[in-house]
Write a protein of this length. Structure first.
Length: 81
């Protein structure tokens, strides 16, 4: 019986899992290249590139502390309006 599992190798957990699987005598790991499928292609993001840039920019602002905390009881007051 053959089972195909797709694993994202970028995470620590995936690397550890693959290392463990390689130690099992009944597991035969084949990369895509070994199956003749060529190198895995990078999946295209379903998101608009401009939207992704805005999100990345916002994440950097949060890292720098450039954000406003709103008081849910006084939204207009916490905005200074």
């Amino acid at each position: 019986m053959e089972i195909t599992i797709k694993i994202d190798r970028r995470s620590k957990q995936a690397k550890a899992f693959l290392t463990y699987l390689k130690t099992l005598p009944f597991i035969d790991i084949k990369d895509r290249d070994e199956k003749g499928m060529g190198k895995p292609t990078e999946e295209k993001s379903p998101y608009n590139p401009e939207f992704v840039k805005k999100i990345r920019r916002a994440e950097k602002q949060v890292e720098r502390g450039e954000y406003t905390v709103l008081d849910t009881d006084d939204v207009w007051g916490s905005l200074g309006l």
